[in-house]
Ligand binder design. Structure first.
Ligand SMILES: C[S@@+](CC[C@H](N)C(=O)[O-])C[C@H]1O[C@@H](n2cnc3c(N)ncnc32)[C@H](O)[C@@H]1O
Length: 277
């Protein structure tokens, strides 16, 4: 082993690189990391590697005999990952700015493909799965996580109640379309995986609780605003949006008073497959 790099705990760059993981990504990622077959000397691909999780953790756990590729169309996140890789001295990662629908890799190249909440964000799932099959070796493991259509069900119940009360029942259909676009039913994933040539070896269902002091805290939470709030607001016509969301906030505040906070749940799946044709 080479001499370990000397880390300076007072280096602001090192501190920013350590503080690396969103709490949203962690519960999915822990289950994904538990489901992997760890081997030496393998080629690995992490799809939708974002700001470097679980890509960097995988690279550390698999060690230098393996090469871990990260793919993501998000340029700024790739730059951030490059900074963290350099700062933490990881040497077995290669980053590629591209989409899962069209991956610049040879056929039969990867022994392991992972994706932590990445595949559910692609534009074309069928094409992405067909690409995964093309670049995977025969019997390669393919493991990914995604959150189920029942995510935030407690919020959607309030959302539906408020739009119905405001004579906007037609929006229920738009809520369904929005949920489907982000979080497809498990049966659809099972079907698409089989069509793409993967044998499913296990499907695990887990969930975590996302708890808040009240609706105001929930709707102002950084990650809720970053990842979800805009798509919820767009469902409601512009001229009704402010009032509808004020009502939702008040309603959740009332719920929170009666139940010691607002408790919403995020059920998710970890699916492990093998390439079988
Ligand atoms: C919810 S984030 C997950 C990021 C990271 N894996 C994590 O666990 O924190 C989804 C990621 O998928 C990426 N993404 C979106 N469309 C994609 C596509 N077509 N192909 C590959 N990645 C994509 C996004 O840029 C983003 O980094």
């Amino acid at each position: 082993m080479e001499n370990p790099k000397a880390f300076d705990l007072n280096d602001p760059e090192l501190v920013s690189a350590i503080d690396e993981l969103s709490y949203w990504s962690a519960p999915f990622g822990l289950k994904l990391l538990d489901s992997i077959r760890y081997k030496k000397g393998i080629n690995v691909l992490d799809i939708g590697s974002g700001t470097g999780f679980p890509l960097m953790e995988l690279a550390n756990r698999l060690g230098d005999t393996s090469t871990i590729y990260g793919i993501d169309p998000w340029k700024a996140a790739i730059e951030r990952t490059l900074f963290k890789i350099k700062t933490t001295g990881i040497s077995n990662i290669k980053l590629v700015e591209a989409c899962a629908e069209n991956m610049p890799f040879d056929n039969d190249y990867f022994d392991l493909i992972t994706s932590n909440n990445g595949l559910n964000n692609v534009q074309n799932l069928k094409k992405s799965l067909s690409e995964c099959n093309r670049i995977a070796k025969n019997r390669a493991q393919f493991v990914f996580t995604y959150n189920s259509p029942d995510s935030f069900i407690e919020f959607y119940d309030v959302f539906r109640e408020v739009i119905n009360k405001n004579d906007l029942p037609q929006l229920n259909k738009d809520i369904n379309t929005h949920i489907y676009s982000k979080r497809k039913p498990l049966s659809e994933y099972e079907n698409e995986l089989q069509l793409a040539g993967f044998e499913i070896e296990s499907i695990k269902e887990d969930k975590f609780h996302y708890r808040f002091a009240d609706g105001t805290a929930f709707l102002n939470h950084f990650f809720i605003k970053l990842a979800f709030l805009d798509s919820w607001k767009k469902i409601v016509p512009k001229n009704r949006r402010t009032n509808v969301f004020k009502e939702i906030e008040h309603k959740i505040n009332d719920i929170a008073k009666e139940s010691e906070g607002f408790n919403t749940q995020v059920p998710f799946f970890t699916i492990s497959c093998l390439k079988d044709k």
